[in-house]
Each structure stands twice: as structure tokens, then as C-alpha cells.
Design a binder for this molecule. Structure first.
Ligand code: PEP
Ligand code: MG
Length: 431
């Protein structure tokens, strides 16, 4: 037994930003260190994702987590007490074996990821270090973790995050030209304010979407993309040199029987027409990132878009890859994308999410660590970005504190690094 030996594991239910219960786990070590983490949860999920364990029938809208919490307080607790919290891979492998399924339906992906993250927090606390530094020592081969990621911040929300008010899911900005992370957030705030004024002038502001961007009343996706570009310019920035546009299309959400169904009148496009539409947007607007442009199973069209635009646009795989090495390998074989969206709860444990990032890196892709649309005050992903050397972070926006908790944590880390802090800036975009 050592100071890093796990002494206790406690699960409980807390609330997320959609008013649904989620799993929180606390891990206590023999030496007195402890850590806590909360599982996030998606709304537009890929079909290969780890399953959240939900229960309760009509109670809590069927979103209860009593069984997942019970799994933490019985099976998981029994399996982890006495294990070394410093052996993250061993702990995660133990969870994977205990669950015994590919989609984590026995323990629940929510129970597993909250536990996996809480163990990392406890181990960092036990070793007297902030999590980003603790992870960096283990993953960055001697390099100091000092690169702050480029933020990818939602300005308008649509799709499954705003009850389909507009088809595309996230209209975001990427302040790659800033000189520091602090400046990147200042620029983003200016764009956010400019977008709000623009929407007020046009009578388009309807509230706030799930990730903190404005809930828009635009007539078309194209109007929203153009408004985003105008907001960047209104704020005084160059879309070419300072603040790029990024879209999460989340195309699987509006794909029905071989066609993409768009707009209030549900106009449908076949795959060829949809490809042409995307190619036109990528040619006409200063878009530097595009996520899940086609249905998650359509690797061929992802590959065609990557072939045509991948030298200047990040083609990001979210539902396409679900943070899973098998899917990343399949995408690499077809050159279906060039950037991984890494959401640890899609796969279930930190070690598997790290393996996904490392595989993507080996293939020459970039990685973006990402929050989910259902979030909490948990800031683990910020520490993963720093500690795993990931240069981009997608979270959400100013109107919601569960998003700002993450951006503010990154500001604190930048301050703690002092003059060692670097900002990833253009680096991830140098293709
Ligand atoms: C963050 C996203 O949304 P969700 O968490 O709903 O999958 C996304 O699709 O990238
Ligand atoms: Mg996505």
C-alpha cells in the first residue's frame, strides 16, 4: 500500500446544464489526496459511442442515473479499492474488463468516464501537482506542457442543440491569429458581442442555445454563415489572418434515407447536391474547419471533400470517429478526414481517449479536445488539452457558465505558466 493507493470511490448524482442528472465520482487515496469528476453527455451522439446508462422510466424524463451511480458504489468501488491511482492504464483496463462490452452498456459510459477522470484528478492531487502538469509528465516525453490550445467557440447554435431552429449545429470562430490565449478569448468576446448586435439589428436574436451561442432565427444556413463572417469583420478582425470560421455540420442529424433534409420546408438534397453545397460554402466563405459534413457512415464523400479541401481546411471527425481507434484507422485508410474530435466520454476511459489522440497524431492529423452539449462545472478537458499536448479545444460560449468554467480554467493555467506559456495559434492550421 502507498499514498497513491485508492482508499474509497464514491458515486453520486448531480445535475447537468440541461437539467438532467449525471454521474459524479469522488476518489480518495490512502495518502489523503482526492479527486472528483463529472460525466458530460451529448445530444447529437455518434452511433458508435459508449452508452450512458440511463433509467427511471418516465421519472426525470427517463434520464435517471441511479443504476450508473449504483454501479460506481458497488462493482467499481470493489474493483478499484487497493489499486494504484498512478496506474491510469491499469485502472482503465480494470473498468473495461469489468464492463465487458464494446459499448459500455453494463457499467455505463457515464459511470466509467467519471471514474476514470476522478482517478486522474486524485492521482494528480496525491502527487501534489495540477492535473495538466501531472498528465504532461506522463505523456509528453520530457517536454513541459505549456502550449495553450486555440479555442473553437460557438457563436450561433442550431441543430440538436437548438431544437432544429436551423439545420447546421455549431457556427463557431477560431481566433488563430491571437498572440496569447488571453487575447484569443478577448477577440472571441468581441466577435460574440458583434454577433449579438448584428442579430438585434436584424431582429434575429431568440435566446441562447445549449452551448451558449445565440439561438438564431435565420432563414437559411447560408444566412447564418454569412452573418458569422460579418460579425468577425464588424468586430474588426480579418477572417483570413486572425479569426477563422468553423462549422459543425452534424450531418447525420438531418440525413433521411439517402438524402439531406434542409430548411423549414424540409427541402431534400441527394448526396451529390449536398457535396456541391458544402464545396460552395468552403469556397465562398473563410471556413477553416468543418466537422461531420456527411452522414457518419459515408467515408467516401468525407474522403472526396478531404481530397479537395484538406490542404487548407480541417475536416474534423466527430460522429465519424467517436474517439475510437478502430474508426480512426478506417478513416485513415480512406483519408476520410484530417482532424480528430476527441471526446473522452465517447469511448469511456481516459486511456482509450489518449490512445485515440496518439493514433491520430501518428497519422499526421490534428486533435481537438471537445466538451459535450450537456456539461457541468467539470474542467478536466482543459487539463487534457495541456497535458496531452493537444492544440485545439472546442467548448461553447459566453452565455453559459458551464462553458466559461473551462475557458477560465485555461486562463488560470496560462497565468500559472507565466512567460513559459505559449499559444498554439496558427500551428494546428499549418497544413
Ligand atoms: C459537442 C457536440 O455535441 P454533442 O455533445 O451533443 O454531441 C458535437 O457534436 O460536437
Ligand atoms: Mg460534432
Amino acid at each position: 500500500m502507498s499514498d497513491m493507493t485508492i482508499r474509497q470511490v464514491l458515486g453520486r448524482s448531480v445535475w447537468d446544464s440541461r437539467g438532467r442528472p449525471t454521474v459524479e465520482v469522488e476518489v480518495h487515496l490512502e495518502g489523503g489526496g482526492s479527486g472528483r469528476a463529472i460525466a458530460p453527455s451529448g445530444a447529437s451522439t455518434g452511433s458508435g459511442e459508449a452508452l450512458d446508462r440511463r433509467d427511471g422510466g418516465s421519472r426525470l424524463g427517463g434520464y435517471g442515473v441511479d443504476a450508473a451511480v449504483a454501479a460506481v458504489n458497488t462493482q467499481i468501488r470493489a474493483a478499484l479499492i487497493g489499486r494504484d491511482a498512478g496506474d491510469q492504464e491499469g485502472v482503465d483496463q480494470c473498468l473495461v474488463t469489468l464492463d465487458g462490452t464494446g459499448n459500455r452498456q453494463v457499467l455505463g459510459g457515464n459511470a466509467m468516464i467519471a471514474t476514470s477522470m476522478a482517478v486522474a484528478h486524485a492521482a494528480a492531487a496525491g502527487s501534489g501537482q495540477p492535473l495538466w502538469r501531472y498528465l504532461g509528465e506522463r505523456t509528453l516525453a520530457g517536454e513541459e506542457p505549456c502550449t495553450l490550445p486555440v479555442p473553437e467557440v460557438q457563436i450561433f447554435g442550431g441543430g440538436a442543440h437548438a431544437e432544429g431552429c436551423i439545420d447546421l449545429q455549431d457556427f463557431m470562430v477560431v481566433p488563430f491569429g491571437a498572440g496569447s490565449f488571453r487575447e484569443a478569448m478577448e477577440w472571441t468576446a468581441e466577435v460574440y458581442r458583434a454577433a449579438g448586435s448584428l442579430m438585434d439589428r436584424r431582429g434575429r436574436r431568440c435566446g441562447v442555445a445549449d452551448e451558449g451561442g445565440y439561438w438564431p432565427a435565420f432563414d437559411s444556413n447560408e444566412e447564418a454563415i454569412a452573418a458569422l463572417a460579418t460579425a468577425v469583420e464588424d468586430a474588426g478582425f480579418s477572417t483570413e489572418k486572425e479569426v477563422g470560421l468553423s462549422l459543425d455540420i452534424a450531418a447525420t442529424q438531418f440525413y433521411r434515407e439517402g438524402r439531406y433534409c434542409l430548411g423549414k420546408d424540409r427541402r431534400t438534397l441527394d448526396v451529390g447536391q449536398w457535396y456541391e453545397q458544402l464545396a460552395r460554402w468552403l469556397s465562398e466563405f473563410p471556413i477553416c474547419m468543418i466537422e461531420d459534413p456527411f452522414h457518419e457512415s459515408d467515408l467516401a464523400n468525407h474522403a472526396a471533400l478531404t481530397e479537395a479541401f484538406g490542404d487548407r481546411v480541417q475536416i474534423v471527425g466527430d460522429d465519424l470517429c467517436v474517439t475510437h481507434t478502430d474508426n480512426i484507422l478506417a478513416c485513415q485508410r480512406q483519408r476520410a478526414c484530417n482532424t480528430l474530435l476527441c471526446k473522452p466520454n465517447q469511448v469511456g476511459t481516459l486511456s482509450e481517449a489518449l490512445a485515440a489522440h496518439q493514433m491520430a497524431k501518428e497519422f499526421g492529423w490534428n486533435t481537438v479536445v471537445s466538451a459535450r452539449s450537456g456539461e457541468t462545472e467539470d474542467v478536466t478537458i482543459v487539463h487534457l488539452a495541456l497535458g496531452w499536448g493537444i492544440q485545439q479545444l472546442k467548448v461553447g460560449s459566453f452565455a453559459r457558465s458551464e462553458r466559461m468554467a473551462k475557458w477560465n480554467e485555461a486562463l488560470r493555467i496560462e497565468e500559472a505558466l507565466g512567460n513559459k506559456a505559449r499559444y498554439a495559434g496558427r500551428a494546428p492550421f499549418a497544413r
